[in-house]
Design a protein around this ligand. Structure first.
Ligand SMILES: Nc1nc2c(ncn2[C@@H]2O[C@H](COP(=O)(O)OP(=O)(O)OP(=O)(O)O)[C@@H](O)[C@H]2O)c(=O)[nH]1
Ligand SMILES: [Mg+2]
Length: 323
């Protein structure tokens, strides 16, 4: 009885290992492309268009939709097997940035460890975004650090949502506004300009169609010269913890800034309390509540910073146990 149980377990483990090895072998022979970009930039929609499926869940509302890494099925394009990897953005309404980086880093590191190299990266950006918000800028700063200078030549910045440009819907108007925006994106220092100066190219996903999406993928495959991303090297080769990586460093800077802001806020509330006291007003409940709230927010950030001290094996463990 016991023996049968053990044999069953061995058999199951063998099957799992075999399946994994087969999957890895298939992936090794395929061109794997990571698709990144802010929430709502059209990543999942793009992947569905390119692969001719509806397997990625897309969003209709403002809430971010894709929470974890999701791989498309293998599909044929230009005589090659292609797989597109959907990733969550760093502006998620449900997940902390530290956890998002852990999810992306974990997947990229695992692929690299298994000998699967990326053929390239697509970074999606809505051409309709006029102003660069803090969230967009942060997404890009982290993205720059995930990829690193060396691999940037394998990056396409893909502009999406062209049909929504202008008010008339005429091709002339769309072309005029769109090419103006492209110039702005290219010239902006510290924004896409940095990625472009290191070899990334801006390309158009001009129509929200299969043909347009597949052309973007084919053009990337034509110039792709697979290299390792900075984050993969940092986690796997250098054994760094997340906060020691360039991408983690960007998030850390952001968190330290927030911590400082909360600290200043608390000091200001305390000053208000002293002023009230001096005026003989003993009613402090509202201010105490404000301090408690700021302290809670600070504790959340500290906790997030703690989670960034994970290295690759810890991220992997979290991925397996969900904790
Ligand atoms: N007009 C137009 N709409 C698009 C295009 N791409 C995506 N959309 C729409 O934009 C919305 C967001 O698209 P998603 O594909 O869910 O975006 P996402 O980048 O995967 O978002 P997250 O999963 O939240 O990170 C959906 O309503 C899509 O139908 C495009 O090229 N043109
Ligand atoms: Mg999505």
């Amino acid at each position: 009885m016991r023996l049968r149980l053990v044999l069953n377990l061995v058999h199951r483990k063998f099957n799992q290992d075999m399946r994994k090895a087969l999957d890895n072998a298939k992936l090794k022979n395929a061109a794997m492309i990571a698709v990144m970009g802010a929430t709502g930039s059209g990543k999942s929609t793009f992947i569905n268009m390119a692969s001719g499926t509806a397997e990625m869940v897309t969003s209709g509302g403002l809430e971010s939709c894709t929470q974890t890494i999701q791989m498309s099925s293998l599909f044929q394009l230009g005589g090659q097997n292609v797989v597109l990897v959907d990733t969550p953005g760093f502006d998620d309404t449900n997940k902390s940035d530290a956890d998002t980086l852990a999810v992306i880093g974990g997947h990229l590191a695992e692929a690299y460890k298994n000998g699967i190299t990326l053929a390239g990266v697509l970074y999606l950006h809505r051409i309709t975004d006029v102003r660069v918000t803090g969230v967009t800028a942060r997404n890009l700063r982290v993205f720059n650090e995930i990829v690193g200078g060396k691999a940037m030549k394998n990056v396409f910045i893909v502009t999406t949502m062209w049909e929504n440009l202008g008010s008339s819907g005429s091709n002339e108007e769309i072309e005029r506004i769109g090419s103006q925006r492209e110039k702005e994106l290219e010239s902006r220092k510290g924004f896409m300009g940095d990625a472009i100066s290191k070899g990334a190219k801006i390309v158009r996903h001009r129509y929200n169609t299969k043909q347009s999406a597949q052309k973007v993928v084919l053009d990337l495959l034509a110039i792709s010269d697979p290299t390792v991303l900075q984050l993969q090297k940092e986690l796997v080769d250098d054994g760094k913890t997340l906060n020691q990586t360039g991408a983690g460093g960007e998030l850390n800077k952001e968190m330290d800034k927030k911590l400082k802001e909360y600290q200043q806020e608390i000091e200001a509330i305390k000053a208000d309390m002293r002023a009230r006291e001096a005026a003989g007003n003993k009613q402090m409940d509202d201010l105490r509540r404000e301090i408690e709230e700021a302290n809670r927010a600070r504790a959340r950030i500290e906790q997030e910073k703690q989670r960034m001290q994970a290295d690759y094996s810890e991220i992997k463990r979290r991925g397996q146990t969900g904790k």
